[in-house]
Design a binder for this molecule. Sequence first.
Ligand SMILES: C[S@@+](CC[C@H](N)C(=O)[O-])C[C@H]1O[C@@H](n2cnc3c(N)ncnc32)[C@H](O)[C@@H]1O
Length: 232
Amino acid sequence: MKRILGAPRVGVGPVVLILALCVLAAAVSNKAFNASSFLPEALLARWTGPEHEGREVYDRRVQIVDAVGLAPGMTVADIGTGTGLFARLFARRVGPTGRVYATDISRWAVFKTAVLARAEHLGNVVGVVGDEDDAGLAAGSLDVAFVCDAYHHFDRPRPMLQSIYRALKPGGRVVLVDYDRVPGESEQWILDHVPARFDRPSVLKDFEEAGFRLVDEETFLDENYLLVFQRQ
Ligand SMILES: C[S@@+](CC[C@H](N)C(=O)[O-])C[C@H]1O[C@@H](n2cnc3c(N)ncnc32)[C@H](O)[C@@H]1O
């Protein structure tokens, strides 16, 4: 498991890098600090770019988190965490005895999530930098794996699913939220954005072949589906 420990190895400008290091230094100290007063508004807005009204999964985030069915003490992974929108919400649900692995192939995404989580005093979020074909999580460690708006970005979905399967405890669940791509019904931008290979029937087949069983489905989303799978 590659946990994020320091500054990102990415090509950011020196000013942003220095700011980020300052924030990290404050974040790793035990002093409480408020990210919104510490960070310039413009930088914070850039960091939390996908967290905006009008994005369905943001507008319905509380219902989505309810549907994940977390309880205090659980271990959950937010795979393809982005800015950690859901990882940070999960952290509050599982509480101090639980753990949230915020994983992404982007070191920068994991770094931002770790800093934002620390700024919100969430000590139970662990950032993990994964690979294209492996979420980087220990075998049998998870009660729940959550994948939102990320599956259709996976370059190697089948090995990723196998790695998620291995990371789950027996009977563990995967909650998958993604755009429902239906030619003739979906908006054009969804048809353009989501490759045909990631339409819902193909995704269901991937999960079935990886050893998962569809056990539940929520219907409160319009543009997205929310499916719950169980590891057999
Ligand atoms: C559109 S963002 C979604 C972020 C977050 N889940 C949300 O809903 O706000 C997709 C994320 O998936 C990540 N990603 C793409 N391929 C991945 C892979 N194989 N493993 C983990 N993360 C991946 C990207 O780096 C990106 O941060």
